[in-house]
Ligand binder design. Structure first.
Ligand code: FES
Length: 145
């Protein structure tokens, strides 16, 4: 094999290897977070249950169960004394927190704010949080889709 022929074949081989590297890594460079809630939402399905004898006894308390944040907004064991929304921020999926002094949910990542019913008060999020239904039976709080 002539020197020029050898170098030519080597160049083609290296080019093929480099193209292969680029193609192989192409998929791994694309990394997008999926803020879509993964909580099942079959209508009527029970998604979380709390015991009000031990959970959420004080106004402003919150807890997370099955990717749902449940908050006591007022005294008394009636369904309107609580709210339940998806805990995943609709911007990029970070878990939101309830701020009792401001009466709203705040995302610690980029600062989106949501009302107690999940509507967007401040971006960058533009999509409301999913709100769930609450029923009280005895001392049990039941969250349903
Ligand atoms: S992830 Fe919540 S504001 Fe960006």
């Amino acid at each position: 094999m002539q020197r020029q022929e050898f170098l030519s074949k080597l160049g083609i081989s290296l080019a093929a290897v480099c193209i292969g590297c680029n193609l192989a890594s192409c998929g791994s460079d694309v990394k997008m977070e999926d803020p879509t809630p993964t909580t099942p939402t079959t209508p009527g399905a029970t998604l979380a249950t709390l015991d009000l004898n031990s959970d959420l006894k004080n106004v402003g308390e919150s807890t997370v169960s099955n990717k749902i944040i449940i908050v006591r907004l007022a005294a008394g064991n009636t369904s309107d004394a609580f709210t339940a929304v998806s805990v995943a921020c609709t911007h990029q999926g970070t878990s939101i927190n309830y701020n009792p002094s401001q009466g709203k949910f705040i995302c610690p990542n980029h600062g989106s704010q949501f009302s107690t019913t999940g509507s967007v008060l401040l971006g960058p999020a533009v999509t409301p949080l999913q709100e769930f239904k609450i029923a009280i039976t005895g001392s049990s709080l039941i969250v349903t889709a």
